[in-house]
Every structure is written in C-alpha cells, then in structure tokens.
Design a binder for this molecule. Structure first.
Ligand code: FE2
Ligand code: FE2
Length: 461
C-alpha cells in the first residue's frame, strides 16, 4: 500500500494448462478464525525503497482502529525501547471485501515507512494505535555497499498453507537465521481474494513476517474474478488484499506498480517481474533497468517458468519475449514457481563460427533457471524432462517441499536448496570477477537420489 492511489489492474487470465489433481482441503477452522480485531495482526515487513535507508511495515486491524502509528528505535539491549523510540504515523486504508468472491471481510490496513535510516543497523519497532500494540520486532537495514548476505527463495505456498507451508518456511528460517529477505515466487495463495487463505499464509509465517522482509511476486493465482460476472467473462483482477497488505516499490512500469519492481541489495540487483502481463513495456523497462545496473549480480524472480517442468505446459511467448533480455545482460539467477515441482538448469546456447563451422558455447547468457515449490500441492514432472527445450536440466524433484538459501558473497553466489527437513537437496556456485560478465558455474549437487513420486510417500492417494 502506498500513499498514492493505484487502480486495480485487471488482466485477463492466461490459460494455464498442466494437471491439477483434486486436492481437498484437509484442515477446517472455527467460524471467526482469522477475523481482524483492534489488536494488530498480519504484521509484515517489505521494501518500498532503498533497503539501506528505508523499511516499510504493514499491518491489519478491524475498522474500529482509524488512526495508527509505528514506533521505531535503534535496537539496544535495555528493555525500555519506548523511551528511545520515535512515532511514525501510518497511512490507513479500508478494504471492503463484501461483494468480492471469497473475500467478504471489511478491515483496515495500516502502513508505515521508516525513512532516513542508518545502513547496516539493527532497529526495533512496534505497531499499534497508542493503546493496542504489537510486540517489539527487530530488523537490520542493508549495508550501503557490497557486503555478503543471504536471502531465501520459495516457490508456490498456495495450498495447505497453514497445514504444510508453516514447517517449510520455519525450517528455512532455522537453516538461514541470518537471511535478509525472502522471495515468494508467486501463488502465495490459491484464491487471490480469499480472506481465509491469506489468514493461513500470515499464520503459517507468524512472527517471521514481522522480522524477515518479504518480496512477494504475483502468480496467476493472485489474479481471480472479483464477481460472478467477471468469472463468466473470464476476467480476473489482482488480489484485493495485495496493495492493502504489502507496501512495495512503486518503481515498476506504469500500471504494474507494486507487482513489477526492483531494489538493490549489497551488490545485487533484485528485479521482480509480473509474468501475468506480457507486454512490450515491461520488457523495455527491464532492458533499461539492466543496462543501467551498477551491481555485480542480477537476480530475477517471476512466476511462469521460462522452461516449464510439468504436463504440456510451455510459456513460449514469455520465453521469446524476455529471454533475449536476460541473455543480453547476463542475468545470473532466474527464480520461478508455478509448476509445483523442482527444476534447475541452464540454457544450452551454442554459436557456430562461420569460418570454421565449429560450435562453441555461446558466452552470452549463462543464466541459471530454477523452479521450486514450497506448499503442499505437487505435480508430475514433464515426461522427457526439458528435451523439448534448448536447455539442460541438471537437477529435478517431484513431491518435495523445498526452500532455497542463496548466499551472495562478493564474487561468489552459493545457491542451496533444502527440503522441509533441512536436508540439502541441490547446490551450485556462481563466480564472477566483474559486473557485466557471464558468471562461471560450479556444480555442487549432493550425491543424494533424485526424489520422484515413485520413491516418496504417495501424494495423490
Ligand atoms: Fe501454483
Ligand atoms: Fe501458478
């Protein structure tokens, strides 16, 4: 949620093929579970500007709370944080979900953005209205320059969020307690506007959301019809909660603010794309953003995979539109979701020398493409893997919840993928001396068996 008004962007749902197994919800909640109250809940950190100097927090209450604020202090070991804290006023918006399919609730959402912060500094904050307060949370601002850091990346949470995404995201935090943010690569929920599913997502992450900034990406499931008429007309709109509950950068292409955005973090440019919107404007925006990039590393995240991993899915138009830009600028990591499997591989691009006729590896490009899934819904991997693509599949998995921990350390990136039990499942390193070059790849995959439906606990029955 930002101070300026942004209209709901309506897009037409892109037909997504691929198998969808019947998947009954297996957890029931009592009436009123997840309803807002005067006590702040759904407290979540996000970046809306330079992470070295700004930090946004957003939270929810019922409609009795009309004016809200945050308190912020440099963190210290003494308990009287309120003595050193300053008040930061919040912007309050009203979400009226009545008349919106699966939404229904009326709530107030409050956001405060802390500005003028010191880089590399631990801060404490709480949110409330002067009477009802959250607990004190702590966060650390980014350093002003290139410094080692770790972040998490997860694929679709989407289904069985409370039941199963909870253990996955909590294990992610236990494995990488120093992670500075978490990228959610789309389909955070299954029904974009569903109050119950957003309640599950916030309950599963719990207090992690208040201390580990989230970098949310829109998937196709963040777009659903608002009304029965919309459903009939196959018209979808962005989750009505999205802009109320996440305070995100408004630096994307016109109309895609807070769904396509970027920020720089200690030597890496992180760009979130909205793959539901496949217009030239977003490609041109990305191209200029990567042309004018002072960082050594470039990491992209969006939802639809460039190389699909399941069923008869293929995102050919997206691949043809975006991949040339990735190649041109030597994008290092492409972090995706949507296919409810795990895949890691690289484009196989060879250039033929006109005089000798010899093929050699084309040094343009070199991006590593990853698809992952974090929630409980699982698909079958494509028969034949990626053989239909000009790309090499290096590691895959079925039927496995995974999180990824990515360490950016000067000239090296260490990519590690872990199961929900904290067991290492996949790994590789990238090395790069100077920006503007293709990274060198180093395989680090553990010698553990590939996980498939046949050697894991049956999923469908
Ligand atoms: Fe999904
Ligand atoms: Fe999806």
């Amino acid at each position: 949620m930002r101070a300026f008004l942004v209209g709901l962007s309506t897009v037409f749902a892109i037909a997504a093929s691929g198998q969808s197994q019947p998947y009954p919800e297996s957890v029931d909640f009592p009436a009123g579970w997840g309803a807002p109250s005067p006590q702040p809940d759904r407290i979540i950190l996000t970046f809306s500007g330079d992470p070295a100097r700004t930090q946004s927090v957003t939270w929810r209450t019922d409609t009795t709370i009309r004016a809200a604020l945050a308190q912020l202090s440099v963190a210290h070991g003494a308990p009287r944080l309120r003595k050193t804290a300053v008040d930061v006023p919040a912007v309050t918006t009203r979400l009226d979900g009545r008349g919106v399919l699966t939404a229904g609730a009326v709530s107030h959402h409050h956001s405060a953005t802390f500005t003028g912060l010191q880089p590399g500094t631990l801060y404490a904050y709480r949110v409330g209205d002067g009477r009802h307060w959250s607990e004190w949370f702590q966060f650390r601002t980014a350093s002003a320059g290139e410094e080692p850091f770790t972040f998490l990346y997860v694929g679709d949470a989407q289904n069985y969020i409370y039941e199963l995404w909870s253990r996955l995201i909590r294990q992610g935090f236990q494995t990488s307690p120093d992670a500075r943010f978490v990228i959610h690569a789309g389909d955070l929920v299954s029904d974009a506007h569903s109050e119950r599913q957003w309640s599950e997502w916030f309950a599963a992450g719990g207090w992690l959301h208040g201390m580990l900034p989230s970098v949310p990406v829109t998937g196709n499931h963040e777009y659903r019809p608002l009304t029965a008429e919309d459903a009939k007309a196959k018209r979808s709109a962005l989750s009505v909660q999205w802009r109320h509950q996440f305070t995100l950068p408004g630096n994307g292409p016109s109309g895609l603010e807070e769904t396509a955005y970027w920020f720089d973090y200690q030597g890496a440019r992180i760009v979130v794309l909205n793959s539901m919107e496949q217009e030239q404007a977003q490609r041109d925006w990305l191209d200029s953003l990567l042309t004018d990039n002072p960082n050594r590393w470039t990491i992209l995240s969006f939802h639809f995979p460039i190389y699909s991993t399941t069923g008869d899915r293929d995102n050919k138009e997206l691949r043809e539109l975006w991949k040339p830009v990735f190649d041109k600028h030597h994008v290092d990591l492409v972090l995706q979701g949507h296919d409810h499997t795990y895949a890691r591989g690289r484009a196989r691009s060879f250039a033929t020398n006109a005089s000798t006729g010899v093929n050699r590896r084309d040094r343009k490009g070199g991006s590593v493409y990853v698809v992952s899934v974090s929630g409980g819904k699982m698909y079958d991997f494509k028969k034949g893997g990626w053989q239909e693509y000009d790309a090499t599949l290096e590691r895959k998995a079925e039927n496995t919840q995974l999180f990824q921990s990515v360490r950016v350390d000067g000239g090296r990136i260490q990519f590690r993928s872990f199961t929900a039990t904290g067991e290492l499942y996949d790994a590789f390193d990238l090395r790069k001396r100077r920006k503007g070059r293709e990274a060198r790849f180093r395989e680090r995959m553990p010698e553990t068996p590939e996980r498939v439906h046949d050697n894991t606990i049956p999923h469908y029955h």
